[in-house]
Design a protein around this ligand. Structure first.
Ligand SMILES: [Zn+2]
Length: 362
């Protein structure tokens, strides 16, 4: 079956680094890079970019979903690279110019505004780069529900902005400088010992009451619905579950359908229980669920989050982990997969990540 969308989930430790290609007959793929993982992912990303076809390695959209170090860390050297200057057509990023009222006084503007400087060509930075061109230079934000914010890409995919919404973008404005400062001087990271306890009753695990994500940076995440030749993919970034669910419900409503069945959903926030809520799985039932984390520092993915996926997903769904480790391997237990009717996939080699191919349907 012909492939419409290829999604590559690189091993970016605790972070996200995704290469998405929308394949087109007789043309090069429309290509999108979503985040660069933490800073130490850059050599791996660079090696991956080196393997793009030399004849046309264009990145049509380089998306910096939000300013946490596990997403922006590898994007800073990427955006400053010769490769980016030559081959990136558009950078999608909500920076200071897109926020209404950054309130606090700058503490480390010279360092903290690296990405903004790269994009605008501030003194000492790379020449200005195309920035949010697909959005006429404005902020990338979802329309207030029940509205829909769609971007038309000539000869490319149909893209709908799911997050952030206006309140989440405003919340980032209030803490912009502190958040950026923190992102660029991340807390000391630590590998967590994998919990080896049994998973037990998944319905009880899924129903466990867990706190919701309330951090301004995660809430400001750019999350997108990408549709191409009948295939569909939700890129959840680290967005809030209720924001994603509300936007996806608005899309379904606008199309007159009860729920928006999608091919693949990249779980928000690395499969955190604070972001993966049951509503999200029911409003956008998917065939493939993508989980991007090795568990460093935060122990993602959380068991209740994956239990919500497994118990709420359509039968026959596949979980894709970009790391095989003690934490993720428990989900391949034969009793669980047969009882709940799902499959699990891991990278074939530890350093390659996983590649998911979504077929043409139209
Ligand atoms: Zn993250």
């Amino acid at each position: 079956m012909a492939t419409a969308i290829r999604v590559e989930m690189l091993p970016a430790r605790l972070g996200d680094c995704l290469l998405v290609e929308c394949l087109r007959p007789r043309r090069r793929p429309w290509r999108m890079l979503v985040d660069g993982g933490p800073a130490d992912t850059w050599p791996l990303l660079q090696a991956r970019l080196d393997r793009l076809p030399a004849t046309d390695p264009t990145i049509d959209a380089a998306v910096v979903t939000h300013i946490d170090s596990d997403h922006i860390g590898g994007m800073i050297p990427f955006l400053a690279s010769d490769f980016a200057r030559e081959h990136v057509r558009d950078v999608w990023f909500n920076g200071r110019p897109h926020l209404s009222r950054p309130r606090s006084a700058p503490r480390s503007v010279a360092q903290g505004e690296t990405v903004t400087a790269t994009l605008t060509g501030a003194p000492g930075a790379q020449p200005g780069m195309p920035w949010n061109l697909a959005f006429s230079g404005g902020a990338i934000a979802a329309a207030p529900a029940p509205g829909i914010r769609e971007v038309s890409i000539p000869n490319g995919p149909r893209i709908t902005v799911l997050s952030p919404n206006a309140p989440r973008l405003a919340a980032l404005g209030k803490v912009w400088f502190e958040t950026l400062d923190k992102a660029l001087r991340p807390d000391h990271e630590r590998p967590l010992p994998a919990p080896l306890g049994p998973l037990g009753d998944l319905a009880a695990l899924a129903a466990r009451r867990t706190a919701k994500d309330s951090t301004a940076a995660n809430g400001s995440s750019i999350a997108l619905l990408v549709e191409h030749r009948g295939a569909s993919l939700v890129l959840g970034a680290d967005a809030f579950g209720p924001v994603l669910a509300e936007s996806l419900r608005a899309v379904a409503q606008a199309r007159g359908i009860p729920a928006l069945a999608v091919d693949a959903l990249k779980l928000p926030h690395h499969g955190s229980q604070a972001n993966v809520i049951g509503n999200l799985i029911s409003v956008a039932p998917a065939r493939h669920f993508l989980v991007s984390s090795n568990g460093d520092t935060f122990g993602h993915p959380d068991d209740p989050a994956i239990a919500r996926v497994v118990t709420g997903a359509p039968s026959g769904a596949t979980l894709w982990f970009n790391y095989r480790n003690a934490r993720t391997q428990r989900w391949a237990d034969a009793t669980l997969t047969s009882r709940h009717g799902y499959a699990v996939r891991y990278p074939t080699k530890p350093d390659t990540g996983v590649l998911v191919r979504l077929p043409v349907r139209s």
